[in-house]
Every structure is written in structure tokens, then in C-alpha cells.
Design a protein around this ligand. Structure first.
Ligand code: AMP
Ligand code: MG
Length: 408
């Protein structure tokens, strides 16, 4: 049997980050930047007001107070979007809105709350030192600064920064397109009636959603029966839109395990027994002229999920070009004794929670068999039991992979 670590390293050495593409800004969201981006202008681009109020000379309002207001003539009214820079002389004020350009001659903004709000003349009831409520040109970004470097993952705030410096297109590594195919003659689309012996296809939903959570663009294909010709032509058809193919089912030792039969004939996919539980049978290789990587995962829903977590997710992350391939892992205190088969690396479904002292507690869930999907959906962690360990007593510290999931 092949070790998990060896299978993972074979997989990771066979996939590589996708070639960079120039894309529209919003299409870059969720991708890794493939170029350094330099600001063509400073941010802010011009001195502007941080408040709705009055642009003044600090000196003129120094002594203003509630009981001794300073009254100034208002000589301009400057809205955000004003393209002409106004000017004020000594002893004068301009009404100004947030984001509007500060007039020449003003060096402070008095918020409207410290005034009577006057339009022709204004009574100011509090002083403002030089620079107060002014946003200075270039205080955020200077012209020529590298605002984001190649390799940065583009989330919402990074996409916004690119827009702020005027980028409408950027060079990124595209998100891998993953095609997910469930195989099995027993599988029916959810929503359709089931005859005895049929079940709904859940793996393709799990795996498509998991691929999206990993950062891929994932396409789900309707389940395909255990028939060699159909399966082969389906895989060939899907290759046009796939950077990666993931199948489930049909790779065990059964009579109708056609995925194994079809792909073994092509000779480019290797089928291994990997020393893990769940998920022992694994297939990985390439298909088609472009040598598209393909994972053939076992059909049991938990095996498919765990195999995805252990092998496919890191591969997708590598194709994305991100640096963090693996989920966060913590040391947690086991809350119940856990048994594990000799010689296999076990990934036990579990729930973790923080303890008041800052440590982590983790409880294995009852239903560990590979078809138990309810406890899988309840799990928020996988406890990893090494190959040479067959039992871990409650109270011991265990490696625990945290599955990112919303609380609740
Ligand atoms: P297989 O790997 O094809 O031998 O399937 C193993 C077990 O997983 C069988 O009980 C299948 O019915 C079940 N199974 C296979 N594919 C799926 C799927 N897409 N959704 C739910 N269960 C599945
Ligand atoms: Mg099957």
C-alpha cells in the first residue's frame, strides 16, 4: 500500500499553477495576481475634506468656542466631484462636503456640527488646528508605489484597491476549471423519484461545492451509468472546459467498476491502494491531448469527501498559485478514545471547539463508516491518526485539521 504522504507528493508534483491571463477586474476576484501593480497616481489624488463642514484657515478660528463663536463669510460651496479648485483668502470660509477638493488657502476643516450651518455667513463654535479633517494627497499611496505584488490573493479589498488605482484589467492566474462526474448506475438526480435500489447522487454536489470552496470554478455533470462507452465519451466531451477532472465511484474491485476499466485501458491513470481510512482506493493521472489531470475518487460519500480534502484540495490550491495549500491544523485534546486500523492513516470526523483556557477540544463523531453523511455534515474537523497508531486515549493531544465552515 502507498503512503498518504507519497500519494500527495506525487499529485502535487504533477499539477502546476495555470498560465497567467489578462482578465477584467471583477473576474480577477478569487485569483492570484500574476504581476506587480504600480500606482499611476497618489491616493488620495488631491487634498480633500474628511468631513462635511467648512474649509478655513486654522488661525482664523483659533479662539472659536460655544460662548464666543467666530463668524466668517462663506465665499464658496464645494461639493464632492467639483473639478475646479476654489481659493479662500484670510478671514473667509468655504462650505465643503466630504471628498471635495480643499480650496487653496484653507488648512483645516471645521465639521458642520461645530457651526450653525450657515450658507452666506457661518458661526463657528470650535477651533480646528492646522490639518484637522484634511486628507492629504499621497498619504495612503504615493505615485509609483507597488500597491500589490505578484502572488497576492485577490479578495474584495484587493480588487477595490486595484480599481482605486484605475486598473480595469489585471494579469492573474485563472481559477482552475474543475469538472465533477459521479459514476454509478444506481444514481439519480435529486428531485427525481427513486426506485428501490436507486439513491440520489450526492457526491457530485459535495465535490463541486468543495472545489468551489477551494477556489476553483467547478462544473457538475449529471451522473453517468456504469457503462464504458458512455463514460469515455463523457470524459472526452468534458475535457474542453476542464483544467482538472474529478470522478467518484467505480474504482474498487467490483464487476462494474468501469472508471478503473476505462482509464486503465488508456494507460495514463494509476490506481493505488493508499494506506488511509476512509478512502483507500485512489486513482490519479492525466487524460486527453492536453494531459489534463484527473482524480478518480472512491464512491462512498465520506471517502470521496476525505479524499478530496487530502489530495484534491491541495492540488486545486497549487493550480490557483496560492502559497497556503493546506488547511490550518491545530493540536487538540481528544475528548473520547479513538481506535484506528493498523498501518493506515485515519482521518476521523470530529467536532472541535475552543476551551476557555485557549486550547482546543476535539470530539470524534459516532458514525465513522464511509456511508454516514449526516455526521460528515456535522463535522467541523478531521482528527489525523498516524499510520503506526492504533488507539489514542481520551485526554491525549491529536493533530486536528480545521475544516473552514461558518459557525452555527
Ligand atoms: P463505488 O465506489 O462505485 O463502488 O461506490 C461505493 C458506494 O458509494 C456505493 O454504496 C455507492 O452506491 C455509493 N456511491 C457511489 N457514488 C455515489 C454518489 N455519487 N453519491 C452517493 N453515493 C454514491
Ligand atoms: Mg459504483
Amino acid at each position: 500500500m502507498k503512503r498518504v504522504a507519497d500519494h500527495l507528493s506525487d499529485v502535487l508534483s504533477a499539477v502546476r499553477p495555470l498560465t497567467p491571463l489578462d482578465v477584467q477586474l471583477l473576474d480577477a476576484h478569487g485569483c492570484v495576481l500574476a504581476e506587480d501593480v504600480v500606482a499611476p497616481w497618489p491616493l488620495p489624488q488631491f487634498d480633500n475634506s474628511a468631513m462635511d463642514g467648512y474649509a478655513v484657515r486654522a488661525e482664523d478660528v483659533r479662539d472659536a468656542a460655544d460662548d464666543s463663536p467666530v463668524e466668517l463669510p462663506v465665499v464658496a460651496d464645494i461639493a464632492a466631484g467639483e473639478t475646479q479648485i476654489a481659493a479662500i483668502g484670510p478671514g473667509l470660509a468655504a462650505r465643503i462636503m466630504t471628498g471635495a477638493p480643499v480650496p487653496v488657502g484653507a488648512d483645516a476643516i471645521v465639521p458642520v456640527e461645530h457651526s450653525d450651518g450657515g450658507e452666506a455667513r457661518v458661526r463657528i463654535t470650535a477651533g480646528a488646528p492646522v490639518g484637522r479633517h484634511l486628507r492629504k494627497i499621497g498619504e495612503d499611496v504615493q505615485e509609483g508605489d507597488t500597491v500589490l505584488s505578484a502572488g497576492t490573493f485577490l479578495g474584495a479589498a484587493q480588487v477595490g484597491l486595484l480599481a482605486a488605482v484605475g486598473k480595469d484589467r489585471v494579469k492573474v492566474r485563472p481559477r482552475p476549471r474543475v469538472v465533477v462526474i459521479s459514476t454509478g448506475s444506481e444514481l439519480v438526480e435529486p428531485g427525481l423519484p427513486l426506485a428501490l435500489g436507486q439513491i440520489t447522487d450526492s457526491n457530485s454536489f459535495t465535490l463541486t461545492a468543495a472545489a468551489r470552496e477551494a477556489g476553483a470554478v467547478a462544473y457538475r455533470v449529471a451522473p453517468v451509468a456504469d457503462d464504458e462507452t458512455t463514460l469515455l465519451s463523457l470524459i472526452e466531451d468534458q475535457l474542453v472546459r476542464a483544467d482538472l477532472v474529478v470522478t467518484s465511484g467505480g474504482i474498487s474491485a467490483g464487476a462494474y467498476d468501469v472508471v478503473k476499466q476505462v482509464l486503465s485501458d488508456l494507460g495514463t491513470v494509476r490506481f493505488d491502494k493508499v494506506a488511509m481510512q476512509p478512502g483507500m482506493p485512489q486513482g490519479f493521472g492525466t487524460v486527453g491531448d492536453d494531459e489534463t489531470p484527473i482524480f478518480t475518487l472512491p464512491g462512498n460519500p465520506v471517502s470521496a469527501f476525505v479524499s478530496f480534502e487530502v489530495f484534491v484540495r491541495p492540488a486545486i490550491r497549487k493550480m490557483l498559485g496560492v502559497s497556503r495549500l493546506h488547511r490550518p491544523s491545530v493540536k487538540a485534546i481528544l475528548q473520547a478514545t479513538l481506535r484506528s486500523p493498523e498501518g493506515k492513516r485515519q482521518f476521523a470526523r470530529a467536532r472541535w471547539q475552543p476551551a476557555p483556557d485557549g486550547s482546543y477540544l476535539v470530539t470524534p463523531l459516532g458514525g465513522q463508516a464511509s456511508h454516514m453523511v449526516a455526521d460528515l455534515a456535522y463535522a467541523n474537523a478531521l482528527v489525523v491518526v498516524p499510520e503506526n497508531v492504533t488507539e489514542i486515549a481520551a485526554g491525549q493531544v491529536v493533530d486536528t485539521v480545521l475544516l473552514e465552515r461558518r459557525k452555527g
